[in-house]
Write a protein that binds this ligand. Structure first.
Ligand code: ATP
Ligand code: MG
Length: 299
């Protein structure tokens, strides 16, 4: 168990999730003294320490209570969980929230020149992957008898290098597969980054701090999805204008200094305003239409 009285959060040190994790902590109001080579970064305004490690180590650190929280891809979490379950080592965590970054999918792929293939093609083949547990479970589920070749990097070159017949790897845009002459097949797992917590955490101060951070996290997400809309509307068209505004929020109507005909209309919308709607608003006589991003929100 973590014996420090400071909340310990594990994040990826260098890689695809690092910048998003650091940005998220900043948005939550956690000020960090980040120095490139340091393993631990201390927050200067909250009792929080951030451990910067390889992403593969994050689930284990949280499961073993070395860290209280961790941010990691669901792909890595599921793989480590399956491995630890098989070994009979504790593998549970509390998943506090799915995060809106790190999206990717774990998919099968094979050399393009072989053309489209169905599942039976994999029978007796060798599949290179960094996720042998997830792949083995999939093959078992589908009743396919294939072997796995564990590679920790450059999985996409395995078929060309003669190390395997196919691969099972992470894909986001598919550009890497294409560049390596591979055709994408079934998706085995869809993944996002997620926030996990040690399931035995009982320290009341740490739990209170987590309870303070969670509404902030929801606020950050809500703010990202919302827009602040402002416009000037002719009073006699107010109902029609309100009818076409997006979202279910009620607008605020304010008097406009020096104008009898127009009012100002402000609203927070859970959706953006598309050009087409702006054009309809304009056609109804609205003007000075502004759509602005929201930085923070608390309801
Ligand atoms: P580390 O050195 O920390 O072990 P890594 O090389 O294993 O890093 P990265 O390539 O930095 O890992 O990816 C980290 C995570 O980012 C992945 O586990 C996955 O959850 C997510 N991710 C999002 N898009 C992609 C993608 N296109 N390819 C690989 N991972 C992706
Ligand atoms: Mg890794």
């Amino acid at each position: 168990m973590s014996n420090s009285n400071r909340l310990r959060i594990a994040i990826q040190k260098g890689g695809r999730l690092s910048k998003d994790c650091q940005d998220l902590l900043k948005q939550l109001g956690v000020k960090l003294n980040l120095r490139e080579q340091r393993l631990i970064a201390h927050s200067t305004n909250m009792p929080i320490d951030v451990l910067r490690v390889r992403d593969d180590d994050i689930p284990g650190l949280v499961m073993d209570g070395v860290c209280d929280l961790g941010i990691v891809g669901e792909n890595v979490l599921v793989e480590v969980q399956a491995e630890r379950e098989r070994q009979g080592v504790p593998s549970e965590v509390n998943k506090l929230s799915k995060l809106d970054f790190g999206y990717c999918r774990l998919a099968l792929a094979w050399p393009q020149e072989l053309g489209k293939q169905d599942k039976s093609w994999f029978e007796g083949k060798r599949i290179a992957t960094t996720y042998p547990e997830i792949l083995t479970q999939y093959l078992k589920r589908e009743g396919i008898n294939a072997s796995t070749v564990m590679l920790t990097g450059s999985v996409e070159v395995a078929p060309r290098a003669g190390l395997a017949d196919a691969i099972c790897d992470l894909v986001s845009t598919g550009a890497t597969l294409e560049a390596n002459g591979l055709m994408q097949g079934d998706t085995i797992l869809e993944s996002n980054a997620c926030l996990i917590q040690n399931k035995d955490l009982q320290d009341t101060d740490k739990l209170a701090l987590i309870n303070k951070l969670m509404p902030r996290l929801r606020g950050v997400r809500q703010a990202k999805e919302s827009k602040y809309i402002m416009l000037h509307a002719p009073k006699d068209k107010l109902d029609e204008i309100c009818d076409i505004l997006p979202g279910s929020g009620q607008p605020t109507v304010l008097a406009l200094a020096g104008s009898e005909e127009y009012v100002a209309l402000h609203m927070v919308s859970s959706e953006t305003l598309f050009w087409e709607t702006m054009e309809q608003l304009k056609a109804l006589g609205a003007n000075s239409i502004l759509v602005m991003p929201i930085e923070k929100m608390m309801e």
